[in-house]
Write a protein that binds this ligand. Structure first.
Ligand code: ADP
Length: 222
């Protein structure tokens, strides 16, 4: 088996930015690897996700329960594993993924009560890794950003890319909840937490990148 390295964080936490920077750095040192991004919006396997995020099942995230919504994302990963990256990974390839099963823990885990959360986390990993037999990540890099700063970053991205926030991103209370659920999931599963803000401000992109690169290097050396 190869290595699977996953970037996770709430929406607008800087995942895509850090992901792009890491790929550049790995290319510069001559490492061979492949990348993937979930959800695969342009693939038919994401049909249910697109319906859900577009509000076809209701305009609030809570209109679709955590277990149902998790299955939409899980089948998209299953299709990608079967069709795109499974054989490369099984032959020892290095995969970098922007989001993975971990996103269900953060976003869908936020919909269940605190009492139910541990049971949900156990169900989720058993479902995707146990029953569906998707590979477990070797390293999860979790980007933690205070919600007030995330809101500012998302507006910046909307302006830069001319896009609108989806039903998850429009609800600040939901984002706040996702941040705390994300930290809870990180503790529960043993992810590596990167604290992206310091003294109420974002750390520089380069500074965060260097912390991430050190983690990736030690994972690849194992
Ligand atoms: P995500 O992929 O997690 O949704 P992005 O990587 O798209 O987040 O980042 C959201 C926005 O914030 C982008 O406009 C990006 O340029 C900006 N950004 C990312 N990291 C930082 C940082 N450390 N400091 C300031 N702005 C940042």
């Amino acid at each position: 088996m190869g290595k699977l390295i996953v970037f996770e964080g709430t929406d607008g936490s800087g995942k895509s930015t850090q992901f792009a920077l890491l790929t550049k750095r790995l290319q510069a040192i001559g490492k061979e690897f492949r990348t993937m991004v979930f959800p695969q919006y342009s693939e038919p396997s994401s049909a249910l996700i697109r319906m859900y995020l577009g509000g076809e099942f209701g305009s609030r995230p809570s209109d679709v329960n955590a277990y149902a919504a998790s299955t939409f994302y899980a089948v998209d990963r299953y299709a990608a594993y079967q069709k795109v990256w499974g054989s490369y990974y099984k032959e020892g390839g290095i995969m970098l993924s922007d989001r993975y099963t971990t996103s269900n823990a953060v976003h869908q885990g936020s919909k269940v009560s605190e009492e139910e959360r541990g049971a949900f986390f156990r169900w989720l990993y058993d479902f995707e890794y146990g029953k569906m037999e998707l590979p477990q990540p070797d390293l999860v890099i979790y980007l933690d950003v205070p919600t007030e700063l995330t809101g500012q970053l998302m507006r910046k991205r909307e302006a830069a890319t001319n896009t609108n926030a989806d039903i998850h991103e429009r609800h600040m209370d939901y984002l706040r909840l996702c941040r705390s659920t994300g930290l809870e999931a990180a503790e529960f599963y043993g992810w590596n937490i990167i604290r992206c803000a310091k003294d109420g401000k974002m750390r520089s992109i380069e500074d965060i990148h260097n912390e991430i690169f050190a983690l990736v290097q030690s994972c690849l050396e194992e």
